[in-house]
Design a protein around this ligand. Structure first.
Ligand SMILES: C[S@@+](CC[C@H](N)C(=O)[O-])C[C@H]1O[C@@H](n2cnc3c(N)ncnc32)[C@H](O)[C@@H]1O
Length: 222
């Protein structure tokens, strides 16, 4: 636990990597939606370890040295997974999540060898110039849930996407309340500027996947 962190505020969830190492994720008893690890984040974090990206037996590592930016990172588990696989990661979220992100970075630093990770504030719809040139990958887990944020989130995705950028979006499809409407609106607006590829379940982690959690690769239209 980081020296400046109040232990009574946190409870820990372990996320085991394929190597057997365990990411130790502090979550808060009290706080906003981002202060716990959501299921979509686990599905996405484990997807980053699949053979599409990382295969120690052949030496394939799509993360090594790649610039990765995570939006709405919450606890930071997805970005931390990418950093332990060798990526140069910036995890971003609102100001109120920065302490939790920094605690989790500090507590998992020993698992990061060739990669790196930094936490920064990025509010969707605001200036992204400090995050440019466009990263190779933008990661987002469970960020499509909030009506007012759809347009600013899409604006941020546009500003961050270059011709080589792959956005990997993981979301839980929810059937209640405003969620179906928010998802529909997001995908309708998304297809104006982006192409989407749905990743079939058999290409995801065999254990950490679910029929109601979807992974998409999204690229800006030429
Ligand atoms: C449902 S949580 C998901 C957190 C994390 N990605 C996960 O899956 O465990 C949504 C995250 O989006 C962040 N968020 C919401 N609105 C935002 C905005 N306008 N700008 C930046 N981040 C925002 C929240 O602070 C929160 O961390």
């Amino acid at each position: 636990m980081a020296a400046d962190a109040d232990e009574s505020k946190y409870f820990v969830r372990g996320i085991e990597k394929n190597s057997g190492c365990v990411l130790k994720m502090n979550q808060c008893y009290l706080g906003d939606v981002g202060c716990v690890v959501w299921d979509a984040a686990i599905v996405l974090a484990k997807y980053l370890e699949t053979k599409t990206f990382y295969d120690p037996s052949t030496g394939v590592n799509m993360w090594a040295g790649r610039r990765v930016l995570e939006l709405g990172a919450g606890t930071g588990v997805v970005g931390l997974m990418a950093a332990t696989l060798g990526a140069e990661v910036t995890v971003t979220d609102l100001e109120n999540l920065q302490t939790l992100l920094k605690v989790n970075i500090q507590d998992n630093q020993a698992l990061i060898n060739s990669g790196s990770i930094t936490a920064k504030v990025l509010k969707w719809g605001e200036d992204v110039s400090e995050f440019l040139p466009p990263p190779h990958f933008v990661l987002m887990a469970d960020c499509i849930y909030y009506e007012q944020s759809i347009v600013p989130l899409l604006e941020t995705l546009k500003l961050l996407s270059g011709p080589e950028t792959c956005i990997i979006c993981c979301y839980e499809q929810r059937t209640e309340g405003v969620n179906p409407k928010v998802e529909k609106q997001f995908f309708e607006l998304l297809q104006e500027n982006f192409n989407c590829e749905k990743i079939p379940e058999e290409k995801q982690d065999p254990e950490f996947r679910s029929p109601d959690i979807h992974i998409l690769h999204i690229r800006r239209k030429p």
